[in-house]
Structure formats: structure tokens, C-alpha cells
Design a protein around this ligand. Structure first.
Ligand SMILES: C[S@@+](CC[C@H](N)C(=O)[O-])C[C@H]1O[C@@H](n2cnc3c(N)ncnc32)[C@H](O)[C@@H]1O
Length: 198
């Protein structure tokens, strides 16, 4: 699975929670889960990594195994039936599942309820087409940047309320550093060709 090693390292190095029975149920949320199977792989990687961290952090003591609950979030029109049917058919999953319909650009979970949040290949989905868009490339690029900045602020503010102190928010997706023009990436080249031909 793409990103599995990054998830593992992130949890081992950055999760700042006492992983003992005082913690109660360990709660994970996947924002923009779609219908699987990637979400199941990501969740399993997170659970396995938390367990490794728990045994590393508590070498001297024998602890009760943690129980896990997973919140699967997506838009209300996501096919949650397929998601849960696939999950029940395919896995030996060791967690309790909950579906959470709603836009992740606002709050979808109670305050301080999540230990690890995860999202992959989702935050490029803007909630609306930017206003004041005309056909000039520079203006359009600027309008999308403004819209993305607002959306990311909403996304991060909502997660900051939902995730406990010492927890983690893992965001996976494609990025481009400022000094690489889009037109020099393979995606940019494909878009240019399609645009020229149409
Ligand atoms: C490209 S899919 C990625 C699915 C999965 N995370 C993966 O890595 O395979 C993007 C998903 O994000 C969901 N999504 C987009 N905008 C959303 C929003 N505002 N709130 C919740 N989910 C959203 C879409 O419905 C879609 O299922």
C-alpha cells in the first residue's frame, strides 16, 4: 500500500500518547474513505503500528490489548453499503466500525474523540468552484489557490477540535514543490496535450 512505511514511521516517532488501559478505546478516523479497499489497508497499517508502539513503549509490563474503533467518513452520497459489505466479506478486521457521513471541511466528530486521523488523496477535492474565475490562466490559478487555502484552514480547524492532544493527523496525497512548474510534470504534460487537442 502506498504510504504504509510513512504511516508506520509517523506513528512510531510522533504519536505522543500513553498506550495503556487508561486510554480506553483507541479511536481512528479515515476522512474521505470511499468504498475501499485502500481505507482498509490504511486502517490495518495504523492498528499494526500502534500495537508495535505499544509493545515498544511498555517492554517491562504486560498490558491489556487495546480495543480499536474506526470511523469511516465520506460524503453522504458515498456508497457506505458497499464499503461495509466489502469489509465484512474480506477481512479478519479487529476493530469496531462506524460510518460518518458529512463533509470533512466541517466538524463530523465530537471534540477530543479521535487518537489518529488519516486521509489519502482527498483534499484536492474542493467543496466548490472558486468564485471570480475567468479564463485567464494566472487568474484561475490564483482563484484556486485562494479557495484551497480557505478549505485547508477549515479542514485543519475541524480536525484540531476532533483529535486529542498528542494524537496525529496523517495526510497523504500528491504535492509539488514551488520551484517545479506543473507543465513539467507528467500530469501537466497530459493536461496540456488534452487541452491542445480539444
Ligand atoms: C480519490 S478518493 C480517495 C479514496 C481513499 N481515501 C483512497 O485513498 O483510496 C476521494 C474521496 O474523498 C471523498 N471526499 C471528497 N470531498 C469530501 C468531503 N468534503 N468530505 C468527505 N469526503 C470527501 C470522495 O467522496 C471520495 O470518496
Amino acid at each position: 500500500m502506498e504510504g504504509a512505511e510513512e504511516i508506520r514511521q509517523c506513528i512510531l516517532q510522533k504519536l505522543d500518547l500513553q498506550l495503556n488501559s487508561d486510554l480506553g478505546t483507541f479511536r481512528i478516523a479515515d476522512f474521505g474513505c470511499s468504498i475501499g479497499p485502500n481505507t482498509f489497508l490504511a486502517v490495518q497499517t495504523i492498528i499494526d503500528s500502534v500495537k508495535v508502539k505499544q509493545s515498544k513503549d511498555n517492554k517491562e509490563v504486560s498490558l491489556m490489548p487495546l480495543e480499536f474503533q474506526v470511523f469511516f467518513n465520506d460524503q453522504p452520497n458515498n456508497d457506505f453499503n458497499t464499503l461495509f459489505r466489502t469489509q465484512l466479506r474480506s477481512s479478519t478486521h479487529e476493530y469496531f466500525s462506524t460510518g460518518v457521513p458529512g463533509s470533512f471541511y466541517g466538524r463530523v466528530l465530537p471534540r477530543n474523540s479521535i487518537h489518529i486521523g488519516h486521509t489519502s488523496y482527498t483534499i484536492h477535492w474542493l467543496p466548490k468552484v472558486p468564485e471570480q474565475c475567468n479564463n485567464l490562466v494566472e487568474e484561475v490559478t490564483k482563484a484556486y489557490k485562494v479557495q484551497f487555502t480557505e478549505d485547508m484552514k477549515d479542514f485543519l480547524e475541524a480536525r484540531a477540535e476532533e483529535i486529542v492532544q498528542g494524537g496525529l493527523m496523517i495526510v497523504l496525497g500528491q504535492c509539488l514543490s514551488d520551484d517545479v512548474p506543473m507543465s513539467e510534470t507528467w500530469q501537466g504534460i497530459v493536461v496540456d496535450i488534452v487541452t491542445l487537442r480539444s
